[in-house]
Design a protein around this ligand. Structure first.
Ligand code: PEP
Ligand code: MG
Length: 586
């Protein structure tokens, strides 16, 4: 029985933004509008085209209006998402195709827009990467806005949000999500659909609002006003919890808030071990909107900006100007702190860019630097933009998936070509922009000594290095159990990468997921990494561990750990040692 006598329910979804919240359900019904389907007379076509144009103009105006309102009152910049939707509204693939359908098939504008949206979504269907599959939702958000405007229906959430609202919805478009957080009254989000990378998740994380997405049929079964206990870490939603559940939840909430506050106490202190080893803790980002959260968690810079995310929410490649604006915004936003911008990691399991031909083995296919070297103009557009942006901050350029020295030379010579081109045109560029590589293939690890002669820094991408070293497809759930960062093969690889960097006197960072997991901090300190890059929320805990550890002790733990033979034995030993030293601090 619940505290109020109302029905007790629970939903398990994906914890998409960490944190816990208690509040009352604020249910928003954003289910798709019904699309009327009409055949038109030839004489009606002109006015139908005019209706379409008016609805698109109106949609554009509404998005601009939201952007303006947010810009004046909200410290966070959500404009790239809204801007991307505005661009989609003007995309020929949407507009020209809808016009074609109206005139050729003589159908009404609502039906034409839906049909075009369906076709565009099919293009995203075969992309295994979750982020890009999620982008189909953006096509729906944009199409929905046009159709609602055609039908004269309300488009945005304009309602009064009660305090401590847990917003429950089937899905939320970014405009709604942003408008809602801006009220300052939203305690959390629950959506039926979506994943880690859906817009609700991104906006929630950027605003540090707990969120559970992919919660099944939550929006159908939760009633307005229901008491909701939301755990965005475990992905749990309790509806009208019992007295006992509520007491337990309040305890979880208390512990979570206390440990957050505790970790944040050291935010402005350096990450230095008890015996004086300094490591730099920096952030991984996909969007400029994440900057405020990064700074609030004490990031000393950006260790990985995944620029392929600029290709999202759109059907055409970004222009040089768009690249430039994005990089400038991030560089200026970070002041003089170092910002490592990675060139496009397109292809493979990531976005297919404009390619429709499927590869049998995409992870080993035309991806990242290989893709850029095969599409030189696309690469040069980005390199020019990076060089132009370099005068606005402390930029480092990083090439992904380098598998050997020739690729690095090739990429560097493209960069130099762009530099001379800009020089001849009198465009100012930064004098000394360090150029580094991601070490994320076994071949790069094996020739790290040679690469270190020609790269200004290394950053280890463990997500890929582990995938390729242990031969486990990172997208395949069946082999996920083999993903072991403490496998001896991985540890030996890391050892030799770090020692190659040290011998050449270049800094070595890690920006794969391994860098932000507190269980591995001791090992990474022992290995000698100079910089660890992770998502904002992980920084305070990792910093606490660094400050409570001595490097000599960590090295003794690593020595012992490497005497075991299986990944399980190494992990059991490391966990026990971490627990002994840090208790539940890790
Ligand atoms: C990695 O491979 O560890 C990495 C950080 O890059 P991505 O996850 O973008 O491939
Ligand atoms: Mg990678």
């Amino acid at each position: 029985m619940s505290t109020t006598g109302a029905l007790t329910l629970s939903f398990h979804g994906i914890g998409a933004s960490p944190g816990v919240a208690l509040g009352h359900a604020f249910v928003i019904d954003r289910r798709r509008v019904r699309t009327p389907k009409l055949r038109l007379e030839a004489a009606e076509l002109d006015s139908e085209l005019m209706r379409l144009k008016t609805a698109i103009d109106l949609s554009d105006h509404q998005l601009q209006d939201i952007k303006d309102r947010l810009a004046s009152s909200d410290g966070h910049d959500h404009s790239p998402i809204l801007e991307a939707h505005r661009l989609m509204l003007r995309d020929p693939m949407l507009v020209d195709e809808a016009i074609k359908l109206i005139t050729k098939d003589q159908i009404n504008a609502e039906w034409a827009v839906r049909r075009v949206a369906r076709r565009i979504k099919h293009l995203f269907d075969n992309i295994p990467d979750e982020y890009f599959r999620e982008r189909r939702a953006d096509v729906d958000f944009v199409a929905d806005r046009i159709v609602r405007n055609l039908l004269g229906q309300a488009v945005d959430v304009e309602v009064e949000v009660p305090p401590d609202a847990v917003v429950v919805s089937h899905d939320l478009c970014p405009a709604d999500a942003v408008m809602l957080v801006k009220t300052g009254r939203v305690a959390g989000f629950v959506t039926d659909v979506g994943g880690q990378t859906s817009h609700t998740a991104i906006v929630a994380r950027a605003r540090e609002t707990p969120a559970v997405v992919g919660a099944g049929r939550a929006s159908e079964q939760i009633s307005p006003g229901d008491l909701i206990a939301l755990d965005g870490i475990r992905g749990l939603v309790l509806v009208n919890p019992s007295e006992e559940q509520l007491a337990l939840f309040r305890e979880t909430m208390r512990r979570h808030l206390a440990s957050e506050a505790n970790a944040l106490k050291t935010r402005d202190l350096p990450a230095v071990t008890l015996d004086g080893t300094r490591v730099s803790l920096v952030g991984n980002i996909e969007f400029a909107e994440e900057l405020p959260s990064l700074l609030a968690h004490g990031a000393e810079g950006i260790g990985l900006y995944r620029t392929e995310f600029l290709f999202l929410d759109r059907l055409t490649s970004p222009t040089e100007e768009e690249h430039y604006r994005a990089y400038r915004q991030v560089l200026e936003g970070m002041g003089n702190r170092p910002v490592t911008i990675r060139t496009l990691d397109l292809g493979g399991d990531k976005v297919q860019a404009r390619r429709h031909d499927k590869e049998a083995n995409p992870a080993m296919g035309l991806r990242a630097i290989r893709y850029c070297l095969a599409h030189r103009e696309l690469f040069r557009v980005q390199l020019r933009a990076l060089l132009r942006a370099s005068v606005h901050g402390n930029l480092r350029i990083m090439f992904p998936l380098i598998s050997g020295v020739s690729e690095l030379r090739e990429a560097r010579s493209e960069l130099e070509l762009c530099r001379s081109e800009l020089g001849r045109a009198g465009v100012p560029v930064g004098k000394r922009v360090p150029v580094g590589i991601m070490v994320e293939t076994p071949s790069a690890a094996l020739v790290a000594d040679r690469l270190a002669q020609e790269a200004d820094f290394f950053s280890v991408g463990t997500n890929d290095l582990i995938q390729y070293s242990l031969a486990i497809d990172r997208q395949n759930r069946e082999v996920a159990y083999l993903y072991k960062p403490l496998h001896l093969a991985v540890l030996r690889s890391l050892q030799s990468i770090v020692s190659a960097a040290k011998a050449a006197g270049i800094p070595v960072a890690m920006c794969g997921e391994m860098a932000g997991d507190p269980i591995f901090t001791l090992v990474l300190l022992a290995l000698g990494f100079d910089e660890l890059s992770m998502t904002a929320g992980q920084i305070p805990v990792v910093k606490q561990i660094v400050r409570r550890t001595s490097r000599s002790d960590a090295m003794a733990v690593l020595d012992e750990a490497m005497k075991f033979s299986t990944a399980e034995e190494v992990e059991r030993y490391v966990r026990a040692e971490v627990d002994k030293r840090l208790g539940n601090g890790a």
